[in-house]
Design a protein around this ligand. Sequence first.
Ligand code: NAD
Length: 484
Amino acid sequence: MQSLKNFIGGAFVASERRFEKRSPVTNAVIAEVHEAGAAGIDAAVQAARAALHGPWGAMPMARRLELLGRVAAEIDRRFEDFVAAETADTGMPAHFSRHVAIPRGAANFRIFADVVKNVATECFPMDTPDGAGALNYAIRRPVGVVGVICPWNAPFLLMTWKVAPALACGNAVIVKPSEETPATATLLAEVMREAGIPDGVYNVVHGFGPGSAGEFLTRHAGVDAITFTGETRTGEAIMKAAATGARPISLEMGGKNPAIVFADADLDTAIEATLRSVFANSGQVCLGTERVYVERPLFEAFTARLKAGAEALTLGDPLDPATTMGPLISQEHRAKVLSYYKKAMDEGATLVTGGGVPAMPPALAEGAWVQPTLWTGLPDDAAVVREEIFGPCCHIAPFDTEAEVLARANDTPYGLAASVYTRDLARAHRVAAGLQTGLVWINSWFLRDLRTPFGGAKQSGIGREGGVHSLEFYTELKNVCVKL
Ligand code: NAD
């Protein structure tokens, strides 16, 4: 069994307190994880600060970015280790970790090195009373020590989405991976060392939220900025912690994302994309669809096709290439998802398919499995239509007019993403403009150039990540005014 230690100041550090990481697939213990206490966080902050005042802070940008290229190359070299670690921790089908999660992680280091290399600065020449003039130009400085709090649903992709721009901008980071997915952040520590990243630039502290590494990290006055991806309620707690010292935060939080399917949509496209958006990673994708609105003439046909697609999913061992859906992350999360399956029926839903626990072969029987599930017939104020479930399920409802569906889609405290399926170009743009979300897909899902702004409106987030937008958080802009 693996023993995963904290990584502080370039060394793997043991803790007295340990916790168990269980497999989502079999529920067997697969790792013993060393939990960082307040002293561990303090040591990580000191190490990060020392790196900023030492070799990392003094390093020329070109050298820093070259080292990030080496990090990407080292991830490529250890690709199979990362795929194995990510698949074991999350239970996601190995083809997803192999083709999306891990390659995207390596790409993040290459992309943000490029972004930082190519970003220009603004310059305003100005008049002065003596006629000589002045030049104003803005330069970017790193913010300092960044606390990085990560979720479990696509851990390596989402962590590197923060760590890569933070390091490209010259910051030092302290990463707190989810207690459910400690492996790839630990593996990345080995990669950082091998790539020649100076000690203290990348630190990993393991543990939980309240009363553990998460809370200690966000409360530590030596952490200059905090970036978080996870549930909205946790984001609120992190905002409170960051208020002490008025420290900047970046929050990527929950969603209750709608898909809107107009009757003129290409049905094959709408079905293919909706199946992926509901069931990819067992529904544990922040951008996933949990509410589908279908224009009435297409409602029956769409529901029948989505049902057939859901029933064609193959649940099984994530390492089996035939598997198209893995388990949920944990027994606790399964209990939460199953409570919504029950609530849907209590609230009067019509069950289209699923709704329970599948029968699995004996070797997998203890895993966190649930059936892919679809409902119709619920009012818009039902719990499963309003609350984020984060499981392989959605509610399908008919609609009659564009104005009506836009109002229903927007009637939520969340505002992360939405998808619209139609062949009417003008309507597509009109509905996209009216949706109160940070992201809209037209006739697709999950397709995105990594240079574009990513983030949520309303209670789904604060700030934007991606391309130059990440620099807004990971750097401090300083204006220099030169009198000529
Ligand atoms: P979570 O909020 O339970 O945990 C996220 C992280 O926060 C974990 O590392 C956890 O240990 C830590 N944490 C918990 N309480 C804390 C506290 N009080 N102080 C400091 N740290 C604390 O989220 P999760 O269950 O790991 O992830 C699923 C959620 O993440 C879903 O709501 C999903 O929508 C959201 N998510 C959002 C995005 C996005 O980009 N908007 C991406 C992925 C996931």
